[in-house]
Every structure is written in structure tokens, then in C-alpha cells.
Design a protein around this ligand. Sequence first.
Ligand SMILES: Nc1ncnc2c1ncn2[C@@H]1O[C@H](COP(=O)(O)OP(=O)(O)OP(=O)(O)O)[C@@H](O)[C@H]1O
Ligand SMILES: [Mg+2]
Length: 507
Amino acid sequence: MEPFIEMRGIHKVYPDGTVALRGVDFRLYRGEIVGLLGENGAGKTTLMKILSGLLPPTQGEIRLEGRSVRFRNPSDALRAGIGMVHQIFTLVPPYTALENILLGQEGSALWLRKEQARPRVERLLEEVGLSIPLDVPVELLPIGVQQRVEILKVLYRGTRVLILDEPTSALTPLEVDELFKFMRRLKEDGRSIVFITHKLREVLEICDRIVVLRNGLVTGEVQADKATPELLAERMVGHAVVPRVSRSPRPPGEPILVVRDLEVMGDLGVPAVRGVSFEVRAGEIFGIAGVEGNGQSELAQALGGLRPIRRGEILLDGKPLPPLAPIEAYRQGISHIPEDRLRFGLALHFDVAENSILSRQWEALFLRGWGRLDWPRILAFAAELVQRFQVLTPGVRATARHLSGGNQQKLVVGRELSKEPRLILAVHPTRGLDVASTAYIRELLIRMRDQGKAVLLISADLDEILELSDRIAVMYEGKFLGVGPAEAFSRTEIGMLMGGILPQEQR
Ligand SMILES: Nc1ncnc2c1ncn2[C@@H]1O[C@H](COP(=O)(O)OP(=O)(O)OP(=O)(O)O)[C@@H](O)[C@H]1O
Ligand SMILES: [Mg+2]
């Protein structure tokens, strides 16, 4: 059978000299789901950006049904039926979901077409089994829902090849199931999907074939039913990996963070956090599990000084945290790995060195004389950080925007964990990280805990919560449904609480 798409001998050298791909062959047949795996910076996104017309290859050829094609831009690729949903969102924040879906289509003015197009969009939503509030500005939607808008936007163009770049990293287990169902439906329909993820379990579940990239080369290609997690991990990193972190029991110390009866408003004008009280002690990891959109983001933002509080108080080491003062929160000893690294974690147009001291630029350590930054010192600091956290970058003066998604995350995590904080606020800390980096970051969080720091972990990844937490709370509709020592919960129990279902007997 002839492949629907064939990429041959693809090379990509970025303008700054970075060699991202060094001769990649890639085929895609009709009605198949291909998983694309590889470590952070392996070249997955680059390869798919080339297929979707966003980047020209430096060398190599793309064939569509046997004929050589050249895409000058994404519209060319879309016309050929190839659409990509990006790792970094491309939505226009103040526009509604419906407007975003229609944006970029040729024809009459968007505002005129809007109402005509609505029934078609609604039908498509039903067909693919996704639900999206169409008339809310997308900036007010949780990341998981924004992701759906991105997918719908591409499908609305009638794509035959759908490229999904880490679509699940922001989704809850339930949403992932939904997405998979819908991917299977597209496949039955004869459409093809390229699925990029770092979660081996997911590739094994949904894909027909798996392609592994390492350092710009294909290092493995297997039928999914013949693959094992070990084999895939080995192909990805070049040697066997056993990513297991261990946590030994440890008596917690004094409370570092105390939150009392906290109420925080959401963007839609209703309370998102509705009277939550808890404390995080020195030397403990307190994990908050929950389906995204149940107030976790707002809670984290309030703690990090990014969102006003409506009621209640936040005490750090017994002192009230001044509201809406992120820098003050930093000064008082909070490290914050924010949920949305692109909005709150990095200054994308700044370079790696600048980003590595962001929020610390007032520290004497980085100053020379009156308010002058000590650049030699900053550069040396950044170089060390990059090395320690294995941030793949051409250098510390490279622009943060040019790093791969996972490497941007490593930069944020590295910066936040290299401070000497009292409290670490870790929100989805390993989202978008490859297997090895995930293990490394988790280990670091445990090490921080062992050094007596307080860690507040907010994660939609149940495995992460279970692996790291000493105590667990499940957040549902702005409240804690269950709080207790990690041993007190089974996986299923947490899963049920996440869905708002209380266990029969009262704990
Ligand atoms: N615009 C750019 N300019 C320069 N280098 C880039 C640019 N985009 C990506 N790179 C580099 O190309 C390499 C491959 O990056 P790519 O984004 O394709 O990786 P990836 O496999 O998608 O990684 P991740 O899992 O972290 O998303 C990396 O070394 C990255 O730093
Ligand atoms: Mg990528």
C-alpha cells in the first residue's frame, strides 16, 4: 500500500545554526494513528511543523499520495488536508471560542460569518463528542478547554491528517479518554493522526505504529502491539532507564504555609475557591489532586500573589502574605512553578540567562554596585543552571522562545528550585517533560522536602500525586472533598473524589 504521506531525508537547520533534524524518513498511511516519541528537543515538533507547512525543510522531500509537494505556509498544507494542533496555543485570547475557530478562514468578515457558521460548528462538536462554550473569550477558559478549541479549529478545516503535539499534557484522565474515543472515530473515518506525547502508556493504548526520534534521527519504529515501555524508553534515551523515585517516611516539622477559609474569585465572576483551609508543613509534600478547572489554578495564583483573595488569609511562617504582590511572595520565600509557563513563567523574548534570574534580579548576588546587573556572574549562574537541569539550548544567550516546550519548562523549574525557598508551589511541574526529566524533577522535589522545605504540589496527574505526596487533598468545585495521609487513599478512591463522588463510609 502506498503511504498517504511520505517525508524523505528531512534535514532542518535553524537560522541560529541548531541542527534539529538530520535525515528523517517518515511515512503515514490512511486511517492510522502514529505515535511520535522522543526526549525534549529530539525534533518532534520541528518535523511536524515541516509537515504542516509552518517551516521549510533545509533539505528533503514531502510526498503526498506519491506526488512531490511543497508547502509554503500552513494554508497550503491545510488545503492538502494536513492540520496541526500546536504545543503552544495559537488562540487569540480575547476572542470567543467560536471566533477563534473561524479566524483565518477566507471569505466575508468574521463577524458576519459567525452566526451562519455556528450551526456547522455545533454539529461538528456533536459529531466529535467535544463540548466547548462557544461564546466565552478563550482567555477565560481552562487550558484543557482551550486545547479542545485548538483541535476543533483544525478539524473545522476538513483535515485528513491531524497532527496533535502533546494534546494530552493539559488534559485530565477523563478528557484523555474522550480525546482517544474521538481519535478512534476519526481513524475509522479513514483519517490519519500523528500523536506526540511523553506518556508511554498513552502511545501504547492509542497508536498503531510508533516512531521514536533521538537527537534529530529516527532511532526506532515499531508496531504498537509489539512495543513495551522499556523498549520505547531505551530507544528514546539510548540506554535502559528505570525512572523510579523513592520517598522515605519523614516526620513533618512546623507549619510553613497556613491557609484559612480562603475564597478566591474566578474570571467568570463566581468564586473558584470556596472556603479552603489547610497547612503545609516543613518537610512535607502536600498534594492537591483534582480535575483541572476545580479551582486549583485560582488557588495557586492567589498563593503566588497573582490573584486577589476575597476572604480568608494566607500565612507564610506566621506572617500574612500581602495580596497581589508576586515579588513580595518571592521575597518571603515562595518558589512558584506556575501552571502556564508561557504567561507567568518566562519572558519569551528574553534570553535563557535573563530568564534564569527572572524575579531574582534584585538579589545582591546578581548586582554589582548600585542596581547594575553583574552580567559575568549571571551568565555563569545560567550556564550552571542549564547544565544541572539539562536544559537543551544552543547557549545561555539564546532566546527562550526558541527552546523546545520541555526545555522551557526545565528552565522555569530549574530557576525556581535553585533558589532557597521556604515553600515551593509546584503546579503541574512535569507537564511536557520527557520520562527522564520527569523522574529528575520529582526526585528534586523529594530532595527539597527532605531538606525541610514545604512543598505544595498541584497536579492533574494522579500518578504524580500518589508518587510524591505525604498528604493528599482532592479539590472539587472549589472545595476539598477529602484530606488525609497519602496511605489513606486508594487510586480508585481519589479518582472517584475527583469526579465529586464521596466514598460510602465517612472517613
Ligand atoms: N525556532 C528555533 N530556533 C532555533 N532552534 C530551535 C527552534 N525551535 C526549536 N529549536 C531547537 O531544535 C531542537 C528540536 O526542537 P523541537 O521543538 O523539535 O523538539 P521536541 O522534540 O518537540 O521537544 P519537546 O518534547 O521538548 O517539545 C531543539 O534543540 C530546539 O532547541
Ligand atoms: Mg515539542
